[in-house]
Design a protein. Sequence first.
Length: 437
Amino acid sequence: MRLALLGCGTVGSEVVRLLHEQSADLAARIGAPLEIAGIAVRRVGRDRGDLPVDPALFTTDPLGLIKRDDVDVVVEVVGGIEPARGWLVEALRAGKSVVTANKALLAEDGAALHDAAAEGGADLYYEASVAGAIPLLRPLRDSLHGDRINRVTGIVNGTTNFILSAMDATGAGFAEALEEATELGYAEADPTADVEGFDAAAKAAILASLAFHTRVTAADVHREGITEVTAADVASARAMGCTIKLLCIAARGADAEGRETVSVRVHPAMIPLTHPLASVGDAFNAVFVEAEAAGQLMFYGRGAGGAPTASAVLGDVVAVARNRLAGARAASESAYADLAVRPMGEALTRYHISLDVADRPGVLEAVAGVFARHEVSIATVRQGPAGGGPAGRGSDAELVIVTHVAPDAALAATVRELRGLDIVGSVTSVLRVEGGQ
């Protein structure tokens, strides 16, 4: 079985290394040896250290490599939308199986890849696109295919989890924790994709598509990052017996008309310390799946890095190579449910709201009236010293309010009205609360 490898960076070089070190075992598992037919790179002459590969295999013509008759499987670890989309569509239409780690492409236009795979009768595998080495997508696609999944909640970005874990452990602010993550190599020089939630949103779209048999794109995912999370938020969460995580949440449920729909969102949230995801620290990933028959399942491990991601890539390579030798093809995309995606306003959640208010009679009654007008029930209220509102507004007390479950639109409207009250100096923090009642 001959492979065309597109990309030889952090992940691609680990794929080459593992192919070399485990060649005998891989051949035994597949029933035929794996050989690299060529490696497409941007610069052929770049120093790649002691990578165990013949330099003659490198090429700057990925499309030419893909079109070669002796290529059976195409492995793509370049990333990005274009030109990767064109390369993979070409390979799939030609009947060549594809293994990719490209979460951005799958989340934006996975439909084009699945359609091309169906047209060419080829396999499309992408376990490495979400949560690195953690076996997650295959269980959703195969092992739980006889079950009904109702909810998937996950920590799927290692950079943000490291930052929030550091803030919780040390009391540092976001900027300090990000600086530490950058120094340790967990954060890129430009961390926008991570800290603003773009990376997690792409993964959430892929998870929702598999879990609910519906095509979900990154554009369908409500996205918020962690840049506004403060040390005070983390301290407040700790006082409640919670911690803050950037969560991807995909849930099945009924809309206002009773039709079955899905909700997909990414945002920071408080979760109780008793929740299984609360103990996931450092740069680790974990996904919590709730299914009707199987119950609650937890998948945990390293979600990024060259070696873990390469492990997932090779697992897919073994699967597609076996299929190709047997003249078989894996089950095609399952999107039969075709459920509508609910807007964020209809998602059911809880809010944790901190207010700096005037310390005088009637304030609590006025604040409670705002919640009542929007049909939002208050679960708890805590009053303490002021956090410091704008000068001249008389803000000398703090109210911390946690709501019961309500539609996000009603909760957001409540916050907007609170901001306009004369007795409210400022709304200092708004965070969602998940994972408990």
